[in-house]
Ligand binder design. Structure first.
Ligand code: PHE
Length: 456
């Protein structure tokens, strides 16, 4: 007979908020959001993104909160408990698979961030110009040994924190570092917005021109909404299994989505004014963050110190998001497969490192493994595309169908109202309207497009 281990929970509502926000806020805000917005035409893309957050992201986040807190299990165990002996548990299995796919490329970019922090501390960016910023980014990603080394360091840090557990690891780190992140990013904004020519960047971010919007851009906005809010792949289910009984999950979902979107906007406001001020192209792609930020602080008093602060905050954001990513397989392996938490963290770290090297060596067409492609995508882009644009929206669709059509309404009302303690009748009606009719329809429409795009 197995021993029933007492499961940890976060210690307060504030801890829940910071941990969940720590999962949402990450490279998605600071690295992915700006370059995708840049590549997809600015304001119109932003508007579609907001709609995806509202009509798809929020209802799915709430659904995951329900599944996690009600069952208090890892992603696979939770679905098995909710719908025993049915294929629904495949949502959890797909979630574990997605979390590996994301980790493979995420750990690579997080490695660049750590490396940039190190370079900033060493003074490598003093007197940087547009040309040298581009050249330095090229050197960092081409390595080949240094990006692999930094990827290894990131993975070791994340696995180390996770072995400390939920309260002493995840909760402690996120509660200390998330508030700091807000302060640092606002300092960056003040600097960027006072650069000559900053207005053009703001205009780019907020000017809506639907002529720019392709089907691929709409899919990218949807994928970004999932990626941003860590949805459709088990992270929010796993984290909510550590929520306290008193959490108001409605307001938690809204607060997390709003704060996360605010951080993305703040990142956009730091990056686009710089892009235009230095005459760079907003369409520069994944290197955008790394080429612009060193320029933001060049030629200003204490510039290098601020640069260090910026990469420090990005490293924090990347690390706390990775904690939640890796927690999915760690909780699964330790609860379902009888491994110790430490063993599960080490095994996941080893897999993440070995396969992650493939991503790191295929970032660019000219990288060592850049010539190996599938549907025209190298490993790095493939891991990103399949997770964000296929697996996560598909996981989200299945979650919407499960919650909308296969779970008893009374059960949902009971759990979301904390067993009658919260008055949420009106909100529950809106939730069901969205999760039954709006969210799945939007997902199917965009998803069919994705299949079309893949064939192109
Ligand atoms: N939300 C994180 C970010 O924006 C990425 C992430 C995706 C984290 C999925 C966990 C799960 O960087």
């Amino acid at each position: 007979m197995g021993v029933v281990k007492k499961r940890e929970t976060f210690s307060s509502g504030l801890a829940v908020f910071f941990a969940t926000l720590g999962s949402a806020v990450g490279l998605g805000n600071i690295w992915k959001f700006p370059y995708l917005t840049g590549q997809n035409g600015g304001g119109a893309f932003l508007l579609v993104y907001f709609c995806c957050i509202l009509f798809v992201g929020l209802p799915i986040m709430l659904s995951e909160f329900y599944i996690g807190r009600k069952t208090r299990k890892n992603a696979v165990g939770a679905l098995e408990e909710l719908k025993p002996g049915t294929p629904w548990k495949n949502i959890g299995i797909m979630g574990v698979a997605s979390s590996y796919l994301i980790m493979f490329f995420y750990s690579c970019v997080a490695g660049w961030v750590y490396y940039y922090l190190f370079k900033a501390i060493s003074g490598d960016f003093v007197n940087v110009t547009m040309e040298t910023a581009k050249a330095q980014f090229g050197d960092v990603i081409m390595g080949p040994l240094s990006p692999i080394l930094w990827q290894f360091i990131v993975i070791a840090v994340v696995a180390g924190i996770l072995t400390m557990g939920v309260k002493k690891g995840i909760e402690k780190i996120t509660k200390t570092l998330m508030p700091l992140l807000f302060i640092l990013i606002i300092i960056c904004d003040i600097r960027a917005l006072t650069l000559p020519g900053a207005a053009e960047g703001i205009q780019f971010l907020f000017h809506v021109d639907f002529g720019q919007l392709s089907a691929a851009a709409i899919l990218a906005a949807l994928g970004l909404a999932f990626f941003k809010l860590s949805l459709g792949m088990g992270t929010m289910m796993t984290y909510s299994s550590y929520f306290t009984e008193e959490n108001n999950m409605f307001s938690m979902a809204v607060k997390v989505a709003l704060s996360d979107t605010l951080v993305s906007m703040l990142a956009g406001l730091a990056i686009f004014p710089t892009v235009f001020s230095f005459g760079m192209e907003p369409t520069a792609g994944p290197g955008l963050l790394f080429m612009t930020i060193p320029l933001v602080f060049s030629q200003m008093p204490f510039g290098n110190l601020l640069l260090i602060a910026f990469f420090f905050l990005t490293a924090i954001a990347a690390t706390t998001a990775m904690l939640s990513l890796v927690e999915v397989p760690v909780a699964y392996l330790s609860e379902e497969k009888g491994m110790s938490r430490k063993g599960a963290a080490i095994l996941t770290a080893v897999i993440m490192f070995i396969v992650g090297i493939l991503a790191t060596l295929s970032v660019d067409k000219t990288s060592m493994l850049g010539h190996i492609t599938f549907f025209g995508l190298g490993f790095f882009d493939l891991f990103d595309y399949i997770s964000s644009n296929v697996f996560m929206p598909l996981g989200g669709l299945l979650i919407a169908l499960l919650m909308g059509y296969s779970i008893k309404c009374e059960d949902v009302v009971a759990e979301l109202s904390n067993h009658g303690k919260l008055k949420i009748a009106g909100l529950v009606n809106v939730y069901f309207l969205l999760i039954r009719y709006v969210t799945p329809v939007l997902l199917i429409v965009v998803f069919l497009n994705a299949i079309g795009i893949l064939k192109m």
